[in-house]
Design a binder for this molecule. Sequence first.
Ligand code: NCD
Length: 318
Amino acid sequence: MAEGGRFFASAEDGHRHLLALQGMHPTRIEPFLDLAESYVLLNRQRKTSRDLLRGRTLINLFFEDSTRTRTSFELAGKRLGADVINMSVATSSVNKGETLLDTAATLNAMRTDLLVVRHAQSGAPALLAQKVEASVINAGDGTHEHPTQALLDALTIRRRCGRLSGLTVAICGDIAHSRVARSNIHLLTAMGSQVRVIGPPTLIPAEVERLGVSVFHDMALGLRDVDVVMMLRLQRERMASGLVPSAREFFRFFGLDMERLALAKPGALVMHPGPMNRGVEIDSAVADHGQSVIAEQVEMGVAVRMAVLDRLSRGRNS
Ligand code: NCD
């Protein structure tokens, strides 16, 4: 089983990180979503659970920009009583291998308990996990995975649709460079959803069908009768030039507007992990429409991250 699949086990057997969702068993995902659900209710009652992580240190180590993910891990840590430190590292000044290992030594010396890592290089959090005493949580590594995003997306869908199995979910746009797409594909297929990926051939990874998804290059065909439409940003920072002619052209063929949304099931959910580029992958009318659950995804993000910190810290206690 892949490394990520061990995330809910206790520290006794050395399984104390959240690095990826590939290989995660559905029987571990469902109870995790139940726990996250309890944190949604707690947050809505404005109650916190400040004792759980009292005396623990959480470091947010972000080598790439972030708004939602970093802030929600910070909030999640604080709501559970941890001491939270944000370390932002400018990507440009990073000499990757060496800096990461130096950083690991520093974090060990500081006796960090939880380490949330975002890095432009796929596999960087897994490398750190081998070198630090802390539990490592992958907050997005290159084009590889973004496990907490997929967990919060799953929670959002489950709350709205009542289930994950048997749903048809279309993930649209820049699949090739999206760690969000990859984590969602692993999670949703494991939970019994039918996943479609829709995008131009230049933005669909080769042999993606092997992950159990069907591929469409035409929005009109791919969106037909889906329960959920998940839009993605063009990840230009990871893109070789020339993959997309222009933003305007992209929107014409792959942008989500009300007319295209009408092809999905009535009331289909519209999702986006953010940051959105309005008028590129999504029209403002859709982003702000009643079918959009984009703000709810952000709310679920805090609850899911509290549940992850809860699970991993209990593992460390045992
Ligand atoms: C995503 C990411 O960083 O992978 N954003 C996020 O975490 N909410 C998607 C993106 O950057 O487009």
